[in-house]
Design a protein around this ligand. Structure first.
Ligand code: Q5B
Ligand code: MG
Length: 278
């Protein structure tokens, strides 16, 4: 039931998992169910992006997953365990072949690469730039921390990887998503982590439970104070331009081009997602 009813939670995007959330014995059944659900077109009709996390292509399941979900019309393929641009090129070659066989526009299937290893973090820039289909890269920190021979702590252990993934995404002009938060009963801990990664610059987080959706959306929405301030900045900038001033000040603070751009981003975000409920 979860497969075809999850639109009720109003997610931006729904991800079906064929990788680690599915046991080896259930891989074929899960693939069939996901392909069947995609073919129903429920999410497409509601404007909710569909993503499938396939198994890596060096497993016995990866290629079958890819064939099934691209043929079923998935919007985005999430590639787990992306260690290098080569992994993406291999994936893309198969996607191009399938799109040609289906007479679909070449490039219509998008990719998100999940970075889950030290090698992936070090290669983040080339991974992010490896394909014009790449819409985002995601830090998958649970596997990454195993590879690094450590575990979740106060966040210090993820600082380098988060910065590397974020910089790579910005270089490639795509989105960056932070890791899932695994304790679905700990709203406070979840919101603390969201605040931290939002401040770093992440565009959002991968989520594992519907209860996390509204919390994340609300935390990313600008506060009324931020919105009012942004409007004042834009108004002051317009007034400054009218008077032919290069730099203006508002309440003693300098307002220049980056400040105005940031204010416009806040207004745009508020138009899309409303204002934060405190
Ligand atoms: C966590 C928990 C067991 C909690 O169960 P609970 O039973 O306490 O949930 P409740 O809140 O009580 O459920 C209330 C209602 O919501 C429904 N509901 C729950 N979850 C739903 C959902 N996901 N989608 C739609 N519906 C859902 C449920 O059916 C119920 O519906 P109803 O009965 O109608 O009321 C459950 O959520 C869950 O299994 N989550 C998915 C886990 C998952 O995806 N893991 C793989 C990805 S991570 C990974 O692999 C690591 C990574 O690779 C990451 C990377 O790549 O980034 C790396 O290395 O870092
Ligand atoms: Mg993983």
């Amino acid at each position: 039931a979860m497969l075809s009813t999850s639109f009720v939670y109003k997610p931006d995007s729904i991800m079906f998992d064929l990788e680690d959330a599915v046991s080896i014995k259930e891989k074929d059944t899960a693939r069939l169910l996901v392909a069947h659900t995609l073919k129903l077109g429920i999410y497409q009709k509601m404007g909710i992006e569909t993503v499938v996390r396939i198994n890596a292509l060096d497993t016995p399941f990866g290629l079958d997953d890819l064939e099934a979900v691209v043929r079923a019309g998935v919007d985005v393929v999430r590639l787990p365990m992306t260690h290098s641009a080569e992994n993406v090129h291999q994936l893309e070659a198969h996607i191009v072949r399938i799109e040609k066989e289906l007479n679909r526009p070449i490039g219509s299937t998008k990719i998100i690469a999940a970075i889950e290893s030290a090698e992936g973090v070090v290669n983040a820039v080339s991974i992010a730039k490896s394909s014009s289909r790449m819409i985002a890269i995601a830090l998958a920190a649970f596997d990454y921390l195993v590879d690094m021979q450590t575990e979740r702590g106060d966040g210090q252990e993820l600082f380098y990887a988060r910065c590397a993934v974020l910089h790579a995404a910005r270089v490639a002009k795509i989105d960056a998503f932070d890791v899932v938060y695994s304790n679905v009963n700990d709203d406070e801990g979840f919101l603390r982590e969201v605040k931290r990664v939002k401040q770093l610059g992440f565009n959002g987080k991968s989520l594992i439970n519907p209860r996390q959706i509204e919390l994340l959306h609300n935390a990313y929405a600008p506060s009324q104070k931020d919105l009012d301030n942004a409007k004042e900045i834009v108004e002051a900038a317009i007034e400054g331009e009218r008077q032919g001033l290069g730099v203006v000040s508002l309440n003693g603070k300098m307002i220049d081009a980056p400040i105005i751009t940031r204010a416009q981003m806040v207004i745009e975000l508020a138009n899309m997602s409303g204002v934060r409920q405190e």
